[in-house]
Design a protein around this ligand. Structure first.
Ligand SMILES: [Zn+2]
Length: 334
């Protein structure tokens, strides 16, 4: 699936050329490309290139900091420097784009995507509105595959970016429903980015709708109105939908919320998201690097607690999850 390619001509016709021993005694292979003759190390363009620490140690450290151990605690437990941890985190996290491209090379029949935001402090106590600690999470409900997990300020740009990324998923999906609780901007931007003009043949201004197969539902918060009379509708479709879109999503389906469970697990796993503590992320880029790492482990390596499957496997894009150790051997694209 992630075959070793020649870094020069991208050909996969390669052969073992020789091996070498690195400082800690491990053996590494030099490959030679059959096409262009280039020699390259097996670590070329991988997260491992130039790293001298043993992989088992790196794996252990990265797993602990994505399972709730704070960075300072990790330095003491494993006797490694903060900078090393940050370097490893960044190295492996950089694989995100490659894995995303891989995921987006597939076609999907149906996806129900939940969108939600959660919040952590970054640096000191800024007002929530100005904080860069908001994190948008977009997750496919059935597989628990997370399509997007980006932190930043909760503003127009943030939602627009998230929806921009979602529109790439949409291009690969026949039938996509976006469920959000309360935040209207998802629907607005989705409409802005990908609405289509429906040709009805009638005179007058043509109607714009979401693309065929795309639905947006906003869950009403505090759905139980105490006023007498008619119950409020439990959800809204904020944007006009294509006349040929199948309307088959039910109320109870909309109200099941799987992201809440994920958010709870993120608060447990990433020390920066824990409530009522002084542990908070110091820098936005570091928080994003951690999120990228969690994104990779969650989607590609870890078996989900509820579905008992690795999300990428449940999504149908691979037969089995990728061992964390093997992630280090995947060549980055670009
Ligand atoms: Zn080559």
């Amino acid at each position: 699936m992630f075959e070793t390619k020649c870094p020069r001509c991208m050909d996969t016709e390669i052969k073992k050329f020789r091996t070498y021993i690195i400082k800690n005694g491990q053996e590494r292979t030099i490959f030679q490309c059959n096409q262009c003759g280039t020699n390259f190390s097996e670590t070329c363009n991988t997260a491992l290139a130039g790293l001298r620490s043993p992989i088992p140690l790196i794996v252990m450290v990265l797993l602990s900091i994505t399972e709730g151990t704070g960075i300072n605690a990790a330095t003491r437990i494993f006797n490694v420097s903060k900078n090393s941890i940050y370097r490893w985190q960044k190295r492996l996290g950089d694989l995100k784009d490659t894995l995303m491209l891989f995921a987006l090379a597939h076609q999907f029949l149906q996806q129900v995507i939940e969108g939600d935001e959660l919040y952590t402090k970054i640096d000191k106590n800024h007002p929530q509105e100005q904080s860069a600690g908001w994190t948008i999470v977009l997750m496919d409900r059935a597989s628990r595959f997370i399509w997007d997990m980006q932190c930043g300020r909760k503003n127009r740009k943030m939602f627009k970016k998230a929806i921009g990324r979602l529109s790439k998923v949409l291009d690969q999906t026949e039938d996509l429903t976006l469920l959000t609780d309360g935040e209207r901007r998802y629907g607005n931007f989705l409409f802005e980015i990908c609405s289509e003009v429906v040709k009805t043949g009638k005179r007058g201004r043509p109607r714009k709708t979401l693309p065929k197969g795309v639905k947006v539902r906003i869950k009403n918060k505090g759905s139980q109105s105490h006023k007498r009379g008619r119950k409020r509708q439990k959800y809204q479709a904020p944007k006009p939908e294509h006349p040929e879109t199948t309307q088959d999503i039910e109320n109870k389906e909309i109200h099941a919320n799987h992201l809440e469970a994920f958010n709870a697990s993120l608060r447990r796993r990433c020390a920066a998201y824990r409530r009522r503590t002084n542990t908070y992320a110091k820098k936005e880029n570091r928080l994003q690097e951690r999120l990228d790492l969690i994104w990779i482990f969650h989607n590609f390596s870890k078996i989900h607690f509820t579905t008992r499957r690795v999300p990428a496997v449940a999504l149908g894009i691979m037969k089995q999850g990728i061992q964390v150790e093997s992630l280090f051997c995947i060549q980055k694209i670009g």
